[in-house]
Write a protein that binds this ligand. Sequence first.
Ligand SMILES: NC(=O)c1ccc[n+]([C@@H]2O[C@H](COP(=O)([O-])OP(=O)(O)OC[C@H]3O[C@@H](n4cnc5c(N)ncnc54)[C@H](OP(=O)(O)O)[C@@H]3O)[C@@H](O)[C@H]2O)c1
Length: 257
Amino acid sequence: MSLPPPQTILITGASGELGQALALYYAAPDIHLLLQGRQQDKLEDLATRCRLREAKVTVVILELTDIAALQHWVNHSLSLNIPDLVIANAGMNINHGTAQRGEQWAEIDALLDVNIKATFALVNALVPLFRARGQGQLALISSLAAYYGLPVTPSYCASKAAIKVYGEAMRGWLAEDGIQINVVMPGYIDSSMAAAMPGPKPFMISADTAAQRIAQGLAKNHARITFPFPLTLGTWWLMVLPASWSQLILKTLHYGG
Ligand SMILES: NC(=O)c1ccc[n+]([C@@H]2O[C@H](COP(=O)([O-])OP(=O)(O)OC[C@H]3O[C@@H](n4cnc5c(N)ncnc54)[C@H](OP(=O)(O)O)[C@@H]3O)[C@@H](O)[C@H]2O)c1
């Protein structure tokens, strides 16, 4: 089933590589983009580029991990102009560091706050607005790393698995209210986040290609949007194989463990 094209679109983490590519993909006449982030200069520059494509743009400077501020913004600002599509894209990654020192608690805490709590809080605040209107689409950016925990990035993989499972559950609950929830599971996207991650990055794609794949999947309301295919298949096998086999495969492929 194809959905009507969204007209008002909120993208969180719009200052990042994928967020920018998504904004530019959707930027067109009659489209209103709400671009959330924390870096005013970067967002204003992106807004200018989107306006050149004749989109209307609103920049939203917000620290998503301030849950009270997030809820206040959704209830008092967003409720006046409810988006047709919300892409919950903001996120961060950490890894076990040099010489496998292990993840530090302060980093884990920050990651859980943005990847899980802020995303759940955004969805939780939006759902009543979408239900009251009987319409709305929510794309949750997870990762193929949600299929099987990579030894180099334990907390990140766990956080993306939480997003995947939460999105699947919410989709089932809200389908009859006219609300679409889509879980997006990309492989490696060429960005500063990917560059900072140790280990091999096979089948890496550009942020522009990723944005296109995501938008196509969202237009078709696919429950799970996964790409690229070879990495989807590989990570899916890691999930279904006996864990001892998967760990051996990851070790052989230099993902640590
Ligand atoms: N890159 C990959 O290989 C890959 C693969 C699969 C999935 N993903 C997912 O795709 C999404 C975008 O990743 P990316 O590659 O574009 O990374 P990125 O360039 O590092 O962008 C991350 C974005 O999240 C925002 N963010 C981080 N912490 C925040 C906070 N506490 N409050 C508000 N905003 C915050 C950043 O805002 P600031 O600019 O203000 O820091 C930035 O806009 C993430 O959810 C990531 O997990 C990425």
